[in-house]
Design a binder for this molecule. Structure first.
Ligand SMILES: Nc1nc2c(c(=O)[nH]1)N[C@H]1C(S)=C(S)[C@@H](COP(=O)(O)OP(=O)(O)OC[C@H]3O[C@@H](n4cnc5c(=O)[nH]c(N)nc54)[C@H](O)[C@@H]3O)O[C@H]1N2
Ligand SMILES: Nc1nc2c(c(=O)[nH]1)N[C@H]1C(S)=C(S)[C@@H](COP(=O)(O)OP(=O)(O)OC[C@H]3O[C@@H](n4cnc5c(=O)[nH]c(N)nc54)[C@H](O)[C@@H]3O)O[C@H]1N2
Ligand SMILES: [Mo]
Length: 731
């Protein structure tokens, strides 16, 4: 695939609003006996439905939901999906609280003054009319729809949730917030090495003899994977975790290596040098499958030593040597590279250096081996919702991209024509992007900001109009993961709450309104049956991969990909040479060194002595979940983790309030004192607490990762290269 890829690009598709009445018997049920029912009040009694969690998460669980008299009562993991393995995470079990949360946005609303909190309820027709009129006004005033910009996030990754992109392609050429806040650096790194990202089926962790979780906190962010890792350990595999923070995952490891932040490139290259010196590399594999090995060996010989690696990474050279020997001799050995580690200004180089270890030892292409990052194999849908043509008279010649990771800057700085209107869906830019205040100020300069969401996020708070959207229990869809290999149906289990609508319906309704006001102004099709939309998402390749001939077969249960479960097993890499490329001309073309090389990270700051991480949180997914009552009962406010020595230095006790600040902004939060965090670091987990202004990103600067612009148009954000000072607040 040579087009720019992103999980955003992949989010499309559409399904019909059907409900499956499987009575209360879960499995097995036979396909021909299934009765299709609209989820409605007529469906009295207890019924179960198949659902699929659409959050931006490795696990993408297959769910069985229990509905009684039209009310969602319980969530269970679907045991038919052997990865979900019969259970969901704490967030998953809390979905009943989410669907019926009193805080859900119930009706379309209009705000008098962005950020004022003065909301009034309006009808859908009023909302559509105002939005459609503004679209037409902008188009006529500027001669194109380029001043209209959409920013679609990964709040829902269900396939039909790409519809807003198609809607904007149906009114003309819009401006697109392109790129991805999450994984660009690692994606480019793996693409330079192997052609794309591609990981083994995580259920095959059981075949590993040695597992390194490198900057990856699966015990929080991919809990189902831990089951397979634990199984491997029971069979004798060793688990090593490399992280500056002693995470929950690290606490479950056989060995924990506390590394200096963003110095992993030195550790990996040091290990590689030792593997070279001890001749522990797999010469046959390299001969057959790799190019540039000699260049890489030359680099290691000239530039890398164990002493140097120790100095850079803080890991003793004896440990580096032992780790290298253990890793190179335990076969198959598996490395899982997390997304956290690549959120640095040298994130891409770190990932390339780690990949090199897997290649050197011939672990790539083996079940239980490899360098795992993620996969796009199961995302081969048609993305039909996005494939719309602009109307003939809409002006402009092509869509325009701006950088999603420099969004606040770009929406103000972009000219000819300027940006005037923003559409957010599945996205909370204010809380999730660096520097929330900058985003707020930029949004204030727009003529119209519309957000489609379920809750009053910090982004909704800066909008003129909020459109209430359904949860996945309220509309049909399908889901796949960027990690495991299952395809799940998501049935409509309950009727849409209040006046909520799904994003595809909103696109169709708005299309109707535009054509009513100005015939021919929108080409987005109005197809009332969601099943028809879903039909258009599937193609013979997807069906073949999953061994089905119609998505309706998913009513029997989720299905797993039939092939491709061991990444690169056939040795056909997707690089220009079709080999593993230690030497990548493409990397050079994108202004990186051709071979994996050490790139030092941003140095520790004198003015702001604590390095600040804002990693992912166990009972939230990005901006989602932590606002719910069950979650707030567990943790009611954000906090800052610091080491006991740091606490001593600042004369702080557990729970004392501090102001943490830097040039970007501040947060005022209690401290949690823990020796899991190194003394020169501090952490606030990236979660949104309702009505709490202390966002993790208040301390995060817009700063690029090294890589990302090849596959995703723009580099990622170096979330973890920020520095802060703290001071005690006396209250
Ligand atoms: N519970 C939960 N699950 C989630 C999410 C969530 O918010 N909550 N989010 C989902 C999403 S969108 C994503 S992208 C993934 C994220 O999944 P992960 O990559 O597991 O999560 P992070 O917390 O971003 O980072 C993982 C670890 O990287 C470490 N790290 C940071 N810098 C470095 C470094 O320089 N070197 C090393 N060795 N380690 C480093 C951090 O300390 C952290 O422990 O999880 C998904 N799943
Ligand atoms: N400081 C810091 N910031 C980070 C990160 C970090 O590690 N540290 N991680 C980054 C990463 S990895 C990611 S992926 C991004 C994620 O950031 P976003 O792309 O903004 O995704 P989410 O926060 O998961 O969800 C955004 C919104 O989608 C809404 N939503 C859910 N379902 C639907 C739906 O069906 N339709 C519509 N219209 N809306 C829906 C949710 O209610 C939520 O408000 O955050 C990034 N921000
Ligand atoms: Mo992410």
């Amino acid at each position: 695939m040579n087009k720019k890829i992103s999980r955003r690009t992949f989010l499309k598709g559409g399904m019909a609003t059907i409900g499956l009445a499987a009575c209360s018997s879960l499995f097995p049920f036979s396909f021909d006996k299934l009765t299709l029912l609209e989820a409605s009040e007529e469906n009295t009694g207890e019924m179960t439905f198949l659902n699929a969690c659409p959050r931006d998460c490795y696990d993408t669980c297959s769910i069985i939901s229990t509905v009684k008299d039209g009310v969602l009562k319980a969530i269970n993991g679907n045991p038919a999906n052997t990865y979900t393995n019969g259970h969901v995470c704490a967030k998953g079990y809390s979905y009943t609280r989410r669907v019926y949360s009193p805080d859900r946005i119930k009706y379309p609303m209009r705000q008098k003054g962005r950020g004022s909190g003065k909301w009034e309820r309006i009808s859908w027709d009023e909302a559509y009319t105002q939005i459609a009129k503004e679209i037409l006004r902008i188009k006529h005033e500027y001669g194109s729809t380029l001043p209209i910009c959409y920013n679609i996030g990964t709040g829902s990754m269900e396939i039909l949730h790409n519809a807003p992109k198609g809607f904007f392609a149906s009114i003309g050429y819009p401006t697109i917030a392109a790129g991805d806040p999450c994984w660009p650096a690692g994606m480019d790194a793996q693409s330079f090495d192997m052609g794309t990202i591609y990981c083994n089926d995580p259920e095959t962790f059981v075949n590993s003899k040695y597992i390194i979780l490198w900057g990856q906190n699966a015990a929080w962010t991919s809990i189902h994977s831990m089951h397979f890792i634990d199984k491997a350990r029971k069979a004798g595999a060793k688990l090593v975790v490399i992280d500056p923070v002693l995470t929950s995952t690290a606490s479950r490891a056989d060995e924990y290596i506390q590394i200096k932040p963003a110095s992993d490139g030195a550790l990996a290259l040091g290990m590689a040098r030792h593997i070279l010196d001890k001749k522990l590399y797999d010469a046959d594999w390299l001969e057959k499958n790799a190019i540039g090995t000699e260049d890489f060996f030359q680099y290691l010989t000239n530039e890398v030593s164990l002493e140097w690696a120790e100095k850079e990474s803080g890991v003793p050279k004896k440990v580096i040597a032992r780790l290298a020997e253990e890793y190179a001799t335990a076969k198959p050995a598996n490395i899982w590279i997390g997304y956290g580690i690549q959120r640095h200004t040298n994130g891409g180089q770190m990932v390339r250096s780690i990949d090199a270890l897997a290649a050197l030892t011939g672990n790539i292409g083996k079940s239980g081996g490899g360098a795992q990052y993620g996969q796009l194999q199961t995302w081969g849908f048609n993305y039909n919702t996005t494939l719309q043509k602009p109307p003939a008279n809409s002006g402009g010649t092509k869509p325009r991209n701006i950088d999603i990771n420099n969004f606040a800057h770009d929406i103000v700085a972009t000219q000819d024509p300027p940006i005037k209107m923003i559409w957010f869906a599945s996205r909370s830019a204010v809380s999730q992007d660096p520097d929330p205040e900058k985003t707020r100020q930029a949004l204030k300069k727009m003529d119209l900001v519309v957000t489609c969401d379920q809750f009053m996020t910090p982004t909704v708070a800066m909008s003129d109009i909020v459109l209430p959207v359904t949860t996945f229990f309220e509309s049909l869809g399908v889901n796949v993961s960027y990690w495991q290999y299952w395809l799940s149906l998501n049935e409509k289990a309950i009727k849409p709450m209040y006046e909520t609508k799904d994003d595809l319906q909103i696109a169709m309704d708005l299309s109707k309104k535009l054509n009513e006001l100005e015939p021919g102004s929108c080409t987005f099709p109005v197809i009332s049956n969601r099943e028809d939309w879903l039909d258009k998402e599937f193609n013979p390749d997807v069906y073949k991969l999953f061994g089905i001939s119609d998505w309706r077969e998913l009513r029997k249960g989720p299905v797993k990909a039939k092939t491709g479960l061991v990444a690169w097993q056939d040795g056909k890499f997707e690089t220009p040479s079709k080999k593993y490329e230690f030497h990548s001309e493409l990397a050079k073309k994108y202004k990186h060194p051709a071979i994996p090389s050490y790139l030092p990270c941003v140095p520790q700051s004198k003015k702001y002595p604590l390095r600040y991480f804002s990693s992912h949180w166990p009972i939230g997914t990005n901006v989602q979940f932590q606002n719910l009552d069950w979650m707030s009962a567990i943790q009611k406010e954000p906090f800052l983790e610091i080491h006991p020595l740091t606490a001593q230095k600042y004369a702080l006790k557990e729970g004392d309030k501090v102001k943490a600040y830097n040039d970007i902004g501040s947060i005022t939060v209690p401290v949690h004192i823990t020796s899991t965090v190194p003394p020169d670091m501090a952490i606030t987990y990236a979660a949104w607490y309702k009505d709490n202004p202390n966002l993790a990103n208040n301390l995060v600067k817009v700063r690029n990762t090294d890589m990302g612009s090849m596959k995703l148009n723009y580099p990622g954000t170096a979330f973890h290269d920020n520095f802060i000072e703290i001071k005690k607040i006396n209250n």
